[in-house]
Design a protein around this ligand. Structure first.
Ligand SMILES: Cc1ncc(COP(=O)(O)O)c(C=O)c1O
Length: 390
């Protein structure tokens, strides 16, 4: 038998994996690498260092040689702390046994979807949405039913119900404050989603990773609304508010049956989140209130400056939270991708085309304002100049 040649490479890859596209954000990350002249408003990466107290705890634990596995669930002290912490967002009682420490919210999204989906189950995904919800739904064997929420970026009851009636969905994924729009939901708007969840018997996967970075009002978890705790998987983590992206630590709070199912997957594919990061996460919740207030205030200052300047150029909705602005670039005669590519080539400013977050994001761009004021000012000057010459 011939042992080389004749390989039919495309057939080696599973059809499911083959059917999904690489992330539209990473593409821009790669383009920017190695170009020091470029100001990157592309990737959602905080520019603050991890607060010193957190680093100090992690270093100390390493010096003591604490580098073992933890239980699959995660450190008990951390889970107890998270149960207490979530009262801040209105959830009065959380059993630490229903918390799983994950390797970032990314893993939590995957676990929740895999724990819930049978082949062909529909999952509602209001868009524009974080890039992983749709591919991870498809990888879990589900059908991603995307729902355009433009122009106000709010998934109203009427809108969601129209789609739910057509596909008999099993779950809905929501994210607020939202990546990429920065929009958050009021209690009344959350109640509409809760009504829909009850009517269609849905599980809500609620990605609250930007909860701490809420500038207008206060973050309320949908799990705090009547009857929602038993049908909500809360996902949150330490990447954004505590600038711990590379430490890969987050958590899921789920109803007991779903938590058990998620834990089964987690124990086989991840075993546990890194212990050093879990120790850092514990310090983040126990001792970093002041650092967090400073970080939040600085992002808010940047938002106010950046959005004011952008609003002289584009139609833009003031973001309620996270660190993204999502201006409308329609009317300049370029698609989102053309606009983004030319802005990068002509002016050295990297942003992400809105259609990376779903088809309805066409006509928008996402700008992450997680850079210094100096860079933001320079970036917005360059954007203004670019648009003037179009
Ligand atoms: C809405 C949302 N969810 C999840 C993630 C991934 O977070 P983590 O670093 O905790 O995996 C991101 C990162 O950008 C995000 O914006």
């Amino acid at each position: 038998m011939k042992r080389t040649g004749g390989l039919r490479l495309p057939r080696r890859i599973s059809e499911r994996v083959d059917s999904i596209k690489p992330s539209g954000i990473r593409k821009f990350f790669d383009l920017v690498m190695g170009r020091p002249d470029v100001i990157s408003l592309g990737v959602g990466e905080p520019d603050f260092p991890v607060p010193w107290r957190i680093r100090d705890e992690m270093i100390y634990s390493l010096e003591k040689g604490i580098t073992s596995y933890t239980s699959n669930h995660g450190l008990p002290e951390l889970r107890e702390e998270i149960a207490r912490y979530y009262k801040k967002f209105g959830v009065r009682y959380v059993d630490p046994n229903n918390i799983i420490i994950t390797t970032g919210v990314s893993e939590g999204i995957d676990l929740a979807l895999r724990a819930l989906i049978n082949p062909g189950d529909a999952v509602l995904i209001p868009e524009p949405a974080y890039v992983s919800y749709k591919p991870l739904t498809i990888l879990a064997g589900g059908e991603a039913v995307t729902i355009p929420t433009t122009p106000d970026f709010k998934p109203s009851y009427e809108l969601l119900a129209r789609f739910a009636k057509r596909c008999d969905p099993k779950a809905i994924v929501i994210n607020y404050p939202n990546n990429p729009t920065g929009v958050s939901y009021s209690k009344k708007e959350l109640e509409e989603i809760a009504d829909l969840a009850i009517e269609f018997d849905l599980v809500i996967i609620s990605d609250e990773i930007y909860a701490e970075l809420t500038y207008s009002g206060k973050h309320v978890s949908i799990a705090s609304l009547n009857g929602m705790e038993e049908r909500t998987v809360i996902l949150n983590g330490f990447s954004k508010a505590f600038a711990m992206t590379g430490l890969r630590v987050g958590y899921a709070i789920a109803p007991p049956d779903i938590a058990e199912a998620m834990l089964k997957i987690h124990q086989y594919c991840m075993l546990c989140a890194p212990i050093t990061s879990q120790i850092g996460a514990l310090e983040a919740l126990r001792g970093c209130e002041e650092e967090l207030d400073n970080i939040r205030a600085e992002y808010m200052r940047r938002r106010n400056f950046f959005v004011k300047r952008l609003s002289n150029i584009f139609e833009i909705r003031k973001p309620d939270g996270a660190f993204y602005a999502f201006p409308k670039i329609e009317g300049y005669g370029l698609s989102s991708e053309e606009f983004t590519e030319r802005l990068l080539m002509d002016k050295g400013v990297a942003v992400v085309p809105g259609n990376a977050f779903g088809d309805c994001g066409e006509g928008y761009i996402r700008c992450a304002y997680a850079v210094t004021m100096e860079k933001l000012k320079e970036a917005v000057d360059r954007i203004e100049d670019f648009v003037k010459n179009l």
